[in-house]
Design a protein. Structure first.
Length: 277
């Protein structure tokens, strides 16, 4: 029966190279800390053991708080803050002696002395550094089309574990950027939808069929003369909706809506002057 050599009996070249490699470090300008001018800080990327040790410290801090206030024992928000502080304490190094000293005296000191805004600055700097060293699949952010294709893929498979597997390959920074861009995309779409709904309401108020109910009229740009003519007429109208609508008229379709709300006939000279410019 053969025996397997244990990890402690043999160290591969890869393991030796990993041990001897220098830690990933980078110095950053510290901007945004009140009262600090041209501050510097060094961040060192934490390995799995470092983050585990930070977790132990966070649990200890949480337990100490729970002894004072029992409700804190199950406070997820508190623990998340403590874990963040613990990780940042280990990652943030003294620029003058990064091998020897952390940038801050202790996690407890950071908790008592730093504001939430300052902790956010530190977190963002560290996360950006991690993303720089371990970028993940940033090609997802090459274009909005690629991102939206991925969003559709996640939606199509949300009932199985495919999205979890796919998303595990991306760094925190990439996922954060994806989330922000997706929010912006759908926020823009919502704005466009509201604009269409508002235009349809104006159409119905003027007795005009909506875009879905009749073929599109011309969408060409109006001349400055046509816009001025409509504005002068609308200013005398008692209809607030008409006056507001004329403020943002740029196309022939919008002009037709406004003219019908003004009660103009399609055969009137003014109608023709607006359309023909």
């Amino acid at each position: 029966m053969s025996t397997m050599t244990t990890a402690t009996e043999h160290k591969s070249k890869l393991a030796s190279q990993t041990e001897s490699s220098k830690p990933h470090r980078k110095e950053f300008d510290l901007v945004g800390f009140p009262g600090i001018d041209k501050g510097k800080i060094v961040f060192q990327i934490q390995n799995n053991g470092d983050t585990s040790d930070a977790l132990v410290v966070a649990y200890g801090m949480r337990d100490a708080e729970a002894k004072k206030h029992s409700a804190m024992a199950d406070n997820a928000s508190l623990f998340a803050d403590l874990n963040l502080i613990s990780v940042l304490h280990r990652a943030a190094r003294d620029p003058e002696k990064p091998d020897e000293f952390p940038a801050f005296p202790s996690p407890e000191w950071m908790r008592r002395q730093l504001h939430t805004h300052e902790l956010s600055i530190l977190r963002n700097l560290y996360n950006a550094f991690v993303a720089e060293v371990f970028p993940g699949k940033i090609e997802l952010l090459d274009s909005s089309e690629k991102l939206q294709d991925f969003v559709r893929l996640v939606y199509a498979n949300w009932k199985n574990d495919s999205p979890d597997i796919a998303l595990a390959e991306f760094s925190h920074e990439v996922l954060k950027e994806c989330f922000i861009r997706t929010c912006v995309f759908y926020g823009d779409r919502e704005g466009e939808l509201k604009a269409v709904q508002a235009e349809n309401a104006m159409l119905r108020a003027a007795g005009v069929k909506t875009r879905d109910e009749e073929p599109e009229p011309g969408e060409g740009a109006l001349s400055s003369y046509a816009v001025r003519l409509l504005a002068e007429t609308a200013n005398t109208s008692q209809n607030d909706m008409v006056r507001e609508a004329v403020d943002d008229i740029h196309t022939e379709r919008q002009a037709i809506i406004a003219m019908r709300m003004l009660g103009w006939s399609e055969k009137s000279p003014s109608w023709k002057r607006v359309i023909e410019g």
